[in-house]
Design a protein around this ligand. Structure first.
Ligand SMILES: Cc1cc2nc3c(=O)[nH]c(=O)nc-3n(C[C@H](O)[C@H](O)[C@H](O)COP(=O)(O)OP(=O)(O)OC[C@H]3O[C@@H](n4cnc5c(N)ncnc54)[C@H](O)[C@@H]3O)c2cc1C
Length: 563
């Protein structure tokens, strides 16, 4: 008998589920019901269209072969009926049918299903801030938002914009608008942007954003949108400051769009997402769900999480589509919390647990290490990456973050696989990764991080984080700071925290310049702290007992420096 598959939502998860179902059953009757006018939108590409990285809007909707994925394409290429601008208004589980309404004609109809797949995505968080309905206040979530922002860019009338929220979408919106010649201020309520990073790495990102001309205000919220004649004129902050602007982008996160499921009495989780099992099956065996509307397990804690990411939406949709056709034959195991974001010339990525997240879940006995080192040999145009690795007490890699100008994506991808494979430091220190100078140094940055971690775990290196050093300075403590670089490097750039410049090559002959008390605290560093580590080795051998290496060196230092 012909199977009737109905999919609600026709973007990432929905379109993927429908396509997978078709590949597995040529004769199934498959219908996508999509509220938006478009299908299969590449929403992750919206900021790059807004920012003018490409100018052909249809590229957001095309197959790799350049065909727009519209209802005709779905019908011809996939034999899938796609009803666009059609909203599902209710699910009748006992009759196994959905009610929907054409948003143009207002015509209503019912569509019956054998298996239903819900892929309704997420909604933007829009708190009731006064003035939020003014013209000029928008989100960056839909194609309509994207068209609006692109029209603002093209009109070149707006000179200043405020982006509210320093998460992934906020940071990408900041770049897009700033690169369009608009002066952008990012306002973030918590004390850092990109909360998937630990604070000291996020501060490096903030510094980079500022270097590119954007303003970044953290630790302050928005009180009001101030209008003139119904149009946005400014954003009033909690301290009363008004930032004049003609555009504000609300990017303070999303929540699952699960109202239909709630009304149909499907089980929801604690984040309001639809509860699914590993088959992406909801509490009704005839209904699957996938994408931003669901909660999935964390592969690290086992707890359900809300992980609204495009890669996950596609993977989940694929599993839902297969199970809807074949019965529950495939599973989706959950997320290791992997994400990446471009920030002008920088990139920032993370997988697994940050230190902050480890603290939050009460993980005991973990160790972290920071590595600053190049992504390629110097002669191939090396760029410095700064990463932070976290292992549990069994030395299993549980977290990895990386920021910098170089190839962050490769690092995060390698780390994500290490975490999913539950690899330990001993597995990674001799990892055979692809090497040739155009792509990486002989020992890849990620493997170097594992080497530093191993040194630390074996007690060969005592690390201290830049944040701890900064806090010591703020508290008036005065460890002996040893900068092991050469005078010309020092002239170019230095911290100015009272450090003594003792080039590594001269250290053995200048021990008299160090504190007479061999138990005094000495903090060694250099540009990336490789020479800092070698200085530690020398000093230890000469009987100094309290020597530390400032992890990541000057490159990981996000605080003000003298030069
Ligand atoms: C600007 C931006 C940048 C992003 N960048 C990244 C990135 O770099 N990496 C990454 O991993 N993720 C990124 N994401 C997140 C990613 O786009 C989402 O996780 C993904 O699109 C979710 O897919 P989905 O199918 O679950 O939901 P959506 O893509 O939101 O699609 C849901 C669809 O359901 C339809 N719908 C809703 N309700 C109904 C209804 N009642 N009836 C019929 N149809 C309905 C909507 O019209 C919508 O098109 C980004 C998102 C945005 C907005």
């Amino acid at each position: 008998m012909t199977k009737k598959i109905v999919v609600i939502g026709g973007s990432a998860a929905g379109a993927k589920a429908a396509a997978k179902a078709r590949r597995l059953d040529e004769f199934a009757d498959i219908t996508i019901i999509q509220k938006a006018p478009d299908l299969s939108m590449a929403s992750c590409g919206y900021p790059y269209y807004v920012g003018g990285v490409f100018n052909d809007r249809s590229q957001l909707l095309c197959t790799p072969a350049g065909v727009v994925r519209d209802p005709v394409f779905f019908q011809k290429a996939k034999k899938i009926t796609a009803l666009v601008e059609t909203e599902v208004t209710s699910i009748n589980r006992s009759e196994k049918q959905v009610c929907c309404r054409n948003l143009k004609t207002r015509e209503e109809r019912t569509v019956v299903y054998d298996k239903l797949i819900i892929a309704t995505g997420a909604r933007a968080n829009m708190p009731p801030i006064p003035g939020i309905d003014l013209i000029g206040v928008t989100t960056l979530l839909s194609m309509a938002d994207t068209d609006y922002l692109r029209s603002v860019r093209d009109a070149q009338q707006v000179k200043r914009a405020v982006v509210i929220g320093g998460g992934l979408i906020g940071v990408e919106a900041c770049e897009a608008l700033q690169e369009s010649g608009i002066q952008v201020t990012v306002v973030e309520a918590v004390d850092q942007v990109l909360t998937f990073l630990d604070r000291e790495l996020a501060q490096l990102v903030e510094n980079h954003m500022r270097a590119k001309g954007a303003r970044v205000l953290t630790g302050i919220g928005v009180k009001e949108f101030v209008g003139e004649n119904g149009r946005l004129a400014g954003v009033k902050l909690a301290d009363g400051t008004v930032l004049e602007c003609g555009l504000a982008v609300m990017a303070i996160g999303v929540r699952p769009n699960s109202e239909l499921a709630r009304e149909a009495r499907l089980t929801l989780g604690k984040f309001g997402g639809i509860t699914v099992d590993t088959h992406m099956q909801t509490s009704d065996p005839d209904i699957y769900a996938a994408g931003d509307c669901v909660e999935i397990p964390s592969r690290i804690t086992g707890e359900p999480v809300f992980a609204p990411m495009g890669d996950l939406a596609n993977l989940e949709g694929r599993v839902a589509g297969e199970n809807a056709i074949c019965g529950n034959t495939v599973t989706f195991p959950g997320t290791v919390h992997t994400g990446i974001c471009k920030v002008f010339d920088y990139a920032a990525g993370s997988t697994g647990l940050s230190e902050k997240a480890a603290e939050r879940i009460g993980l005991a006995g973990y160790t972290t290490v920071v590595n600053a080192s190049p992504d390629k040999p110097g002669f191939m145009g090396a760029k410095i990456l700064i990463s932070k690795m976290l292992v549990d007490r069994e030395q299993r890699i549980l977290g990895y973050q990386c920021v910098g100008l170089g190839d962050v994506s490769r690092q995060i991808a390698t780390a994500a696989m290490a975490i999913q494979g539950q690899l330990k430091i001993s597995d990674v220190v001799n990892a055979d990764l692809p090497y040739a100078p155009p792509f990486s140094p002989a020992i890849d940055h990620f493997v170097t991080a594992a080497h530093i971690m191993q040194n630390k775990l074996k007690g060969r290196m005592t690390g201290i984080g830049v944040r701890e050093v900064w806090e010591k300075i703020q508290a008036g403590e005065k460890p002996f700071f040893l900068d092991g670089r050469n005078p010309n490097e020092y002239e170019e750039m230095h911290l100015g925290i009272g450090e003594a410049l003792i080039p590594l090559g001269a250290l053995r002959s200048r021990l008299a310049d160090l504190p007479a008390d061999k138990n005094a605290e000495i903090v060694c560093f250099c540009k990336i702290s490789l020479r800092g580590y070698e200085a530690e080795c020398i000093l230890r051998a000469h009987g100094y007992t309290n020597v530390k290496v400032m992890e990541g060196g000057i490159m990981a230092w996000p605080y003000p420096r003298k030069k």
